[in-house]
Write a protein that binds this ligand. Structure first.
Ligand code: GEK
Length: 243
């Protein structure tokens, strides 16, 4: 199946329905995410590089909220640890179906198992690397600490959690600037003002960003250390934190 260009929010909608990871989104997903998330194209190979460094022999590597498996695929090629396996999890049936198809012919030497599952039900065990690449932001804020606690408990000593997120800022001026720059980025990617506004409305109730302080404090409460922001492009960031 060829990747299609994302025009999902191009026509004026009278009623904005909540954003869902359904068949329509899956069809345009690679185009949508690379034109909407500044730095996404860089973050994927860097996650693969970090995973290569921190993956341990005979351990599990989790990609929670894997979508079409971009990070899993990249890690399957980069990870050299013996007996390591990537476990890719997503609760969207449409995503998982297409993810499995994509991995069939392209998977690298490290195997990938794809699970259709709510990541809140995933038991994380024997993990040397856990990736949450722009996924935590879609979970109910009340469930985020418990999830990170569980991940931390399931990690091996020296294991790495890589968390990429859209964040928000406490200073109104910075929040305004960062959002403006993100929207400028989307304009350079060919999105119209109408598309930007409608997508923003559709995401409002489902993508709830945290501040950097909330992320760092959450890591710390979960017993993770050496938490660092290793990537930022406007309001999109990625952190690494260790067990
Ligand atoms: C990438 N990581 O390309 N359980 C499982 N999956 C979930 C849950 C949940 N509770 N909630 C949301 N998802 C990917 C990109 S996209 C980010 C991640 C975006 C899944 C959801 O179905 C979707 O596939 C993914 O999290 C978020 O590296 O679209 O901005």
């Amino acid at each position: 199946m060829r990747d299609k260009r994302d025009h999902l929010f191009a026509k004026s909608r009278i009623i904005t329905t909540e954003f869902r990871f359904d068949e329509q989104v899956v069809k345009v997903f690679p185009d949508m995410i690379s034109r909407s998330v500044p730095g996404y194209e860089l973050v994927i190979p860097m996650i693969a590089m970090l995973a290569r460094r921190y993956a341990q022999d005979d351990s599990n590597i989790y990609d929670l909220g894997c979508s079409l498996g971009a990070a899993s695929l990249a890690m399957s090629h980069s990870v050299k640890a013996q007996g390591a396996e990537v476990i890719a999890v997503d609760n969207s049936e449409a995503m998982v179906k297409r993810c499995r198809q994509g991995l069939e012919d392209n998977c690298g030497p490290t195997g990938v198992k794809v699970r259709l599952e709510n990541l809140l039900d995933t038991s994380v065990e024997n993990a040397s690397v856990v990736v949450l690449n722009f996924t935590l932001q879609f979970l109910d804020p009340g469930q985020r600490q418990e999830l990170v606690n569980r991940i931390s408990t399931g990690m091996r000593t020296g294991g790495a959690l890589i968390l990429s997120e859209k964040i928000c800022f406490t200073t109104p001026r910075e929040q305004e600037d960062q959002v403006m720059w993100h929207h400028d980025f989307k304009r350079t990617q060919g999105y119209s003002d109408l598309e930007i506004a409608q997508k923003r409305n559709a995401l409002e109730a489902v993508l709830i960003p945290d501040t950097e302080q909330q992320h760092l404090e959450r890591f710390s409460r979960a017993g993770l250390t050496r938490s660092r922001r290793w990537f930022q492009c406007f309001n999109f960031v990625s952190y690494i934190s260790f067990r």
